[in-house]
Ligand binder design. Structure first.
Ligand code: ADP
Ligand code: MG
Length: 245
């Protein structure tokens, strides 16, 4: 399996009150790997992503990034959040800042880049996601698919070691889904380490090295897409696939 682990979860547990939302999660994501996480609503996929970025604290077990345990707080935590970028279903762009300023902001505040340098990098990244012509517009002037691509450029601007995507296309109109998936496919080909929660099974089949199927807070299957889609082992996965495929 993963020769060079970049993200490791070891026996991770978390509750929300009575609900055991993450149950003995063991998961390794190797450098350059793309892991797609799927599973029914409420199975703990978002909580898993948020735990890796320490937006949620865990109760037991360990999460390591590049061999180091997650920092609890302070400077180390800000550094971690810069190293492991996150792209959400809702793009969370600043409405009264231009596209360019949205991509530059954290570079200046967190990476301490000069504005000119940050803007130069932002323009490169906007080019990469196909939005060079939209740098001076405001988010509301863009489509949902374009806004999500800005959010991806903003995450890339921190030079992350890995990116986590939590249902990045779920809020988009169908005709905009592919333009976002294509950007993600390209990132995968360029060797970005990615954890992607998605219902887009075409993306899982074509871009994922592994599919992790979660149900009721557990990792139920962790296999190649070929194996998972052609011969799911668990009843939970068979049932899930029969509903979505
Ligand atoms: P998924 O992303 O797979 O749909 P989530 O990780 O969002 O699942 O949620 C898993 C379970 O935890 C759900 O039952 C959800 O209602 C619950 N949950 C999520 N966040 C919280 C929270 N902050 N407080 C209490 N319960 C929560
Ligand atoms: Mg979710």
């Amino acid at each position: 399996m993963a020769v060079d682990p970049l993200i490791e979860l070891r026996d991770v547990n978390k509750h929300f009150g009575e609900l055991h939302v993450l149950q003995d999660i063991n998961l390794t994501v190797g450098r350059g790997e793309v892991v797609v996480v799927i599973g029914p609503s409420g199975s703990g996929k978002s909580t898993l992503c948020r735990a890796v970025n320490r937006l949620e604290a865990i109760e037991s077990g360990a999460i390591l990034i590049d061999g180091r345990p997650l920092p609890e707080e302070g400077k180390g935590l800000a550094q971690l959040r810069a190293e492991v970028g996150m792209v959400f279903q809702s793009f969370n762009l600043f409405a009264h800042k231009t596209v360019l300023a949205n991509v530059s902001l954290a570079q200046i505040k967190v990476r301490k880049r000069k504005k000119e340098e940050a803007d130069r990098r932002s323009r490169e990244l906007l080019e990469r996601v196909g939005l060079a012509a939209h740098a001076d517009k405001f988010p509301a002037q863009l489509s949902g698919g374009q806004q999500q691509r800005v959010a991806i450029a903003r995450a890339l601007a921190m030079d992350p070691k890995a990116l986590l995507f939590d249902e990045p296309t779920s809020a988009l109109d169908p005709e905009m889904i592919n333009e976002v998936l294509e950007v993600m496919q390209q990132l995968a080909r360029d060797g970005m380490t990615m954890v992607v929660v998605t219902h887009e099974m075409g993306f899982a089949r074509s871009a994922a090295n592994r599919v992790v199927f979660m149900a009721d807070g557990r990792v139920v299957e962790d296999r190649t897409p070929e194996d998972f889609f052609t011969a799911p082992e668990s009843d939970r996965a068979k049932d899930f696939l029969s509903k979505i495929l």
